[in-house]
Design a binder for this molecule. Sequence first.
Ligand code: ADP
Ligand code: MG
Length: 327
Amino acid sequence: MLRIKNLVKVYPGPVTALQGVDLDLEAGMFGLLGPNGAGKSTFMRILAGLLEPTSGAVMLDGEDILAKPERVRARLGYLPQEFGFYPHLSGEQMLIHLLRLKGVEAPRGLKALAGELLERVNLSFAAKRKVKSYSGGMRQRLGIAQAVAGNPRLLIVDEPTAGLDPEERLRFYHLLAELAGNRIVLLSTHIVEDVAVLCPQFAVIRGGRLVAKTTPRAARAAIEGAIFEGTVSPVELPELRQSGSVTQAILVEGRHRVRVFAPDGSPPLGFERVTPTLEDAYLVLMRSGLAGLGGDDPGRGVVVAPGAPGDTAGGGAEPVHLVGVRS
Ligand SMILES: Nc1ncnc2c1ncn2[C@@H]1O[C@H](COP(=O)(O)OP(=O)(O)O)[C@@H](O)[C@H]1O
Ligand SMILES: [Mg+2]
């Protein structure tokens, strides 16, 4: 189990990138969803033992990561957001180099281990090809190969799908799901689909704070009945946006197909109630609209600290943990 307590990071400037993050993670895939600048990479670099926090604690299976980063590093795999490659090395050479740096044990030699890892990420066919000829998806798979070397207990992947085309993304989803197994996988992203496809649990991070820890199902259930869809003209859209309730607007044949969050059940004229998507839930959370839901019907949008007793959502849904949701 990974236990994170009151993690704070202040960069020189000063820029407060993390403002006291608490999070407990069990085995399985966990999504950290948030926009650019939310603090995702900062959080993950601290967990990977590469960046010292200003204060706070990180325990992996009871062991203090921050006190003994070198001991924990052996049980940890990390794919950074910006992964540096030597373009003139082959995939195999690059991987062997990374395995050597990582200090992974290889009883049968590094070449044999690299071969196995390339096989696991479906890159054997390109082992001898130069990394500079790899596609974005192939590079990410090579990055994953070094991250899972040594069979780490904790796998940290920072925005691994950014920049991949839809087909590569799908392949990468399958690979990650396969590798998740019995370990803790922490995946950061700004793409809601990543969470919808891969993560039974996720947290939303904004401005260095977790604003929610929940499941996709519970997040959707919390706004059930409150999302409406309709069509407006380009002149009407700005006004609607001003109300702060728009969760999505797609241009279709010159008019805007718009989804709005109306917790009081009174959407604009002509709008119809629709089934909420995770995208709706994310945008509502980012705008902290669930605080309003909680007031309307305390059983639905429960605003509680994580792990507080009795924090179950109504209607038999899973618990919704919404921490510090304020406007
Ligand atoms: N080395 C740094 N020095 C100063 N500020 C930084 C540094 N790295 C990140 N930041 C700032 O910290 C905040 C969080 O950044 P980051 O963790 O990279 O967010 P994310 O990965 O979610 O985009 C941003 O405001 C960013 O500008
Ligand atoms: Mg980042």
